[in-house]
Design a protein around this ligand. Structure first.
Ligand code: GLC
Length: 808
């Protein structure tokens, strides 16, 4: 293990070498207040909106060695010798005798040892609070007493995150800092943009007395900033200069004298950062109250306890035990945690998606993300679904993205290209899946009657129309039905799921045709369950009609075509030299049920033969090797990168799902395992990203850096790998009438078990595989009684049940 190891019992990944190939991060808090912390202590924090209310300045493009957002310095004095060092390696880069960054659930816990000092730091946001707590404990490991000072430093960003980088006069003119008394020797540093002084301020403090402070970066670094964060000149003077920045690059630095530590002695304190709304006096009063409440270590311990309880409750909804340790790590801890983060952060803020306002909450992204947290937090999922439904348009299409803090939506990249359609052909259909997943998980069919607005507003800003949730779903499929091209197949619009293929108006998408088919299957099932036979019948005939068109026009001999261009030319056909075969073009006709069995098998075999690699399945192949504005963004990438023949991980679980649908459990698991980051340790220097979350993309085998991953954390891969693993491979799928069981596993497995909460009851499911098959339910026994079929009924909340399923 080169950079770390999984500690499954503690539900942590432990990084033991700070020199990881790229930064490995973890999230703290939520979009309401939070951000991410990297494994050397860097911090990107915001409140409510990363674009419009950014707190710390974290520049991912700077080298890993650089100060990013914050750092802690320790100053150690012993027998006239002074050492200044950062216990989290960056920015002083002194080698550690011991380095551990425990990446936990909503917290990072660091343990390092250098210069004879052990430093333990836990960073987290207490649930529901607008407060970053960094609880620090330092211990003298040596045999003689040492004098120690701690200097936590945070660097602020202008609240408008993009302006910070586009205007170097207005921004620094507005940035101000103030000093307030925190009581008992403590100090509070306030920071704000002048215009916001009476709206909101950021406050930085510590739980122990402060002897001096600094708010001006120039003074802190010294020598007109020819001093550096690696060696700030001001830390060589006994005290900081106590200067208040009236403009410029504002920081907060507090000198905390810890006094003499006897051998073995420890000192503990907390570093606290909050942002509070209101007039100056009000926001300060609120900050003081919070700092007082978290002054004692017991308060911090209690808050950490409730964070851990929150996660135990979240993860406790589903736990699995399979013969594969890496699968267990992912399904029990890391994958549901990533699903939680994608649910909260959508595509807004990560090390790669920088939260400057270009993205916000994506309609298609969040509609898929919510499906990954349905078992754990159905109510929060429903709240997000309601927001998504309210940015649908009256014609049934959807606005592409919106900002959480304002609910203002827009058409995404489609805005930038004048002569292309302004709708995305797939967006609105995803919400059908999300709503049906919510209904199946909860049984809350009354939700369908809830009245919600459509996005268009009148001149007073009120929605022009409202409709029930069910009405929204009906309009979604209606939009696709009535926006078709020359073959009668759905129009692509600006793009479908593949954001980067942007063809001229009139182009048709086979992805959408199949996605529409699957959406219709969901609605047919729903109508049948509600007894609405007439509506079910209408959808059945729409389904048959689209199925016939897909099979008539899109079968290419060994696989399905992916698009028809505006002039009817196929894309994703053996007639094309590049972009000949597309993964989604094959998985989705299986998922929609449009592909007859022999075509389903042939299409999936073509994927296996032409697109699979040991690092995952490529999205298409061969890649386009020339920039072609007619095809759009896909050709801006070299062959093998991202959507141009790269391994786009989000599309991999759809192939796993398709393989389970045709009964090929060995291949489904092979595909699951080959992209499992927890199984990447042996290639981590090539792979580079965190082993505890899925990345969005891996360079494909047409690229010189085959196997290199990027864009970890905020990817639909999280939700779909979780669904592929739980619902399709392990085959535990919520249905309207109960839990439907239909595992499709590797033949070699003897079985597995799942404990799952469902509508308040707990199911202990054991699956046995005595005949070593992949699929097929031979018998089902619930609470000792044989049951016919595959459905375990929904029981009363609070009850516990045993389920034994034998494959065969
Ligand atoms: C990114 C986008 C997602 C899109 C995918 C494929 O992951 O967030 O919306 O579907 O790329 O282009």
């Amino acid at each position: 293990m080169k950079y770390g190891y999984f500690d499954d019992a503690a539900r942590e990944y432990v990084i033991t070498n700070p020199r990881t190939p790229v930064k490995w991060i973890n999230y703290v808090g939520t979009l309401a207040f939070g951000g991410f912390v990297d494994h050397t202590g860097g911090l990107l924090l915001c409140k409510g909106d990363p674009a419009l209310n950014r707190i710390t300045k974290y520049i991912p493009q700077l080298p890993g060695s650089q100060f990013k957002g914050q750092a802690l310095y320790l100053r150690r004095r012993e027998a006239g010798q002074v050492a200044v060092f950062s216990p989290l390696f960056v920015p002083t880069l002194d080698p550690c005798d011991r380095f551990e960054c425990h990446v936990g659930l909503g917290y990072n816990h660091f343990i390092t040892e250098l210069y004879g000092i052990r430093t333990e730091i836990t960073v987290f946001v207490p649930p529901g609070e607008s407060l970053l707590v960094q609880s620090v404990r330092v211990t003298n490991l040596g045999s003689v007493p040492v004098e120690l000072d701690a200097v936590p430093v945070v660097e602020y960003s202008h609240f408008d995150a993009l302006k910070q980088f586009t205007n170097a006069d207005w921004v620094p003119q507005t940035m101000q800092s103030e000093l307030h008394d925190g009581g008992s020797g403590r100090k509070i540093l306030a920071q704000f943009a002048f215009m916001n002084r009476d709206q909101r301020q950021t406050f930085f403090s510590a739980s122990i007395p402060v002897s001096s402070f600094e708010t001006d970066r120039r003074v802190f670094l010294g020598d007109n900033e020819y001093g550096t964060f690696q060696g700030p000149r001001s830390l060589h003077a006994p005290e900081l200069s106590n200067s208040l920045a009236l403009r410029g690059d504002n920081i907060g630095a507090l000198l905390l004298p810890l006094g003499a530590l006897a051998p073995g002695e420890s000192k503990q304190f907390s570093i606290l950062l909050t942002q509070q709304e209101g007039k100056r006096a009000e926001s300060l009063t609120a900050a003081r109250a919070l700092f007082d409440a978290y002054r004692e270590p017991e308060a911090v311990t209690t808050a950490l306890g409730s964070l851990k309880a929150h996660w135990s409750e979240y993860l406790g909804r589903v736990q699995v035990q399979t013969p594969d340790a890496s699968m267990n790590s992912m399904l029990n801890v890391h994958n549901p945690r990533q699903c939680y983060m994608t649910k909260h952060w959508s595509r807004d803020l990560s090390l790669y998606q920088l939260g400057f306002g270009g993205r916000g909450i994506g309609f298609r992204d969040s509609s898929q993300d919510v499906m990954g947290v349905m078992a754990q937090m159905p109510n929060e999922a429903r709240e997000l679904i309601e927001k998504l439904l309210s940015v649908m348009k009256t014609n049934g299409s959807a606005m592409h993205q919106f900002y959480a803090s304002t609910m203002v939506a827009n058409e995404g990249d489609a805005r930038e290209v004048d002569d292309r359609p302004k709708f995305y052909g797939d967006d609105h259909l995803w919400i059908v899946f999300a709503v049906c997943a919510y209904l199946k998980e909860t049984g809350d069919l009354a939700f369908l009657e809830r009245v919600l607005p459509y996005y268009e507003k009148d001149k007073h800003g009120s929605p022009v129309q409202r409709g029930t949730v069910f009405d929204h779903l009906k309009r979604a499929v209606e939009f696709t039905k009535s926006n078709v091209g020359a073959h009668g197949l759905p129009l692509l619009g600006f793009a479908d799921w593949n954001d980067t293929v942007n063809l001229k108006a009139g182009a048709e998408s086979l992805f959408i045709a199949n996605q529409y088919g699957k959406a219709l299957l969901e609605l047919i099932e729903l109508c049948e369950f509600r007894g609405d036979e007439a509506q079910a019948q209408r959808y059945r005939s729409d389904y048959e009609q689209m199925r016939a068109l897909v099979n008539e026009y899109a079968w290419d001999g060994e696989w399905y075509v992916r698009y028809f261009d505006h002039d009817g030319t196929p894309i994703g056909s053996k007639r094309n030299a590049q972009g000949q075969i597309w993964t989604n073009g094959q998985s989705w006709p299986v998922i929609s049920g449009f592909a007859p069995p022999e075509r389903a098998r042939a299409a999936l075999d073509s994927v296996n033969r032409l697109l699979n690699t040991e690092n995952g399945i490529k999205l298409s192949g061969p890649g386009y090797d020339d920039y072609d504005p007619h095809k759009g963004g896909v050709t801006t990438y070299p062959p093998g990168a991202k959507e141009n023949g790269g391994i786009f991980l989000h599309a991999n679980p759809w192939v796993m799902i398709a393989e389970t649908l045709v009964g090929n459990g060995d291949r489904a698991f092979q595909y699951y395992n080959q992209i499992n980051p927890a199984a990447k340790n042996h290639v981590i220097d090539v792979y580079e990203c965190e082993p505890y979350v899925y990345a969005q993309n891996i360079l494909g085998n047409e690229h010189g850096l085959f196997g290199l991953a990027r864009n970890s954390w905020l990817s639909g891969t999280a939700s779909w790998c979780y669904q592929a693993g739980l619902k399709y491979i392990l085959g535990v799928m919520p249905g309207y009438g109960g839990l439907e069981l239909d595992p499709c596993i590797p033949k070699a497995w003897d079985g597995f078990s799942v404990v799952r909460q469902f509508r308040g009851a707990e199911y202990h499911i054991t699956v046995k595989n005595p005949d070593h098959v992949s699929k097929g339910v031979r018998s089902l026994v619930v609470d000792g009684e044989p049951v016919t079929g595959r459905t375990v009924p929904a029981f009363h909340a609070g009850t516990t049940h045993t389920v034994e399923l034998t494959l065969g």
